[in-house]
Design a protein around this ligand. Structure first.
Ligand SMILES: Nc1ncnc2c1ncn2[C@@H]1O[C@H](COP(=O)(O)OP(=O)(O)O)[C@@H](O)[C@H]1O
Ligand SMILES: O=C(O)[C@H](O)[C@@H](O)[C@H](O)[C@H](O)COP(=O)(O)O
Length: 223
């Protein structure tokens, strides 16, 4: 089986499609216990957040994430830059990606995030559509593997017709508006069972959305 390196010391197997079985409760409990140990040993170690800005094509991931990275002075990882050429070709031709197309890309993104923190960053901002619960669980593993690292998602919420309009108006991007409906078919909206997700409505202006997202993040920086 291929094993993908998440951190130099941690090997995480890439899940087979539909077989990702992750005992989140157990993992979170383990992290909580590790955190309390850390507090007794090293009381003041600050948490480092990986903020993953998510949602379907056109919801504003790139526009909002670039703003957040600048405002928070954190490195920015643009998810679209890490698709392999085959994925870009498919999407450019109006063919939605499958789970198999996405696993390697998701793994690259979580490795990139991990590398930023290993290099000393206090956190980072990543864009990734992360449409399905199992993709988010896969990314969550970065936080479960390391004490002091917290993965949180900012879900940019919009309805399909609005995003079709926005993607239609966007120039020079491989993802065209004919892909937006398929993104909503794949989408598994986060709900209250994923408390590490902040949901931000994006029907207002870009400036409003950027400010809302930043406010929500700042309110959770010390969690
Ligand atoms: N809140 C907003 N109001 C109006 N236009 C927006 C808003 N957010 C993003 N846009 C525009 O919509 C298009 C899609 O945004 P983008 O950041 O590329 O989304 P994504 O990265 O999620 O695909 C861009 O042309 C962007 O300028
Ligand atoms: O800017 C966009 O239009 C989106 O970000 C777009 O590129 C897409 O959402 C993913 O990068 C493709 O992968 P998924 O099919 O997993 O969304």
């Amino acid at each position: 089986m291929h094993r993908y390196t998440l951190r130099s010391s941690v090997q995480v197997p890439l899940p087979k499609m539909d077989t990702l079985s992750l005992d989140l409760d157990a993992a979170l409990a383990r992290r909580t216990s590790l955190r309390s140990k850390q507090h007794t040993v090293k009381a003041a170690a600050p948490l480092r957040h990986i903020w993953v800005v998510t949602g379907p094509a056109g919801c504003g991931k790139s526009s909002v994430a670039a703003y957040l990275a600048q405002a928070l002075d954190l490195p920015y990882i643009e998810g679209d830059d890490y698709h392999p050429p085959e994925n870009v070709k498919k999407m450019s031709n109006g063919i939605p990606l499958t789970d198999e197309d996405r696993w390697g890309w998701l793994d690259t993104l979580r490795q990139k995030a991990s590398e930023e923190l290993e290099a000393g960053a206090m956190g980072c901002v990543v864009t990734c559509s992360a449409l399905k619960r199992r993709y988010r669980d896969f990314i969550r593993q970065v936080g479960q593997a390391e004490v002091g690292i917290v993965v949180r998602f900012v879900y940019l919420r919009a309805d399909v017709e609005l995003l079709i309009q926005r993607v239609k108006a966007r120039k020079n991007h491989f993802m065209k508006d004919d892909m937006v409906r398929s993104q909503f078919v794949a989408l598994e909206e986060p709900d209250s069972s994923e408390p590490d997700v902040v949901s931000v409505d994006v029907s207002g202006s870009l400036q409003e959305v950027q400010k809302d997202a930043l406010r929500e993040i700042k309110a959770r920086m010390s969690d």
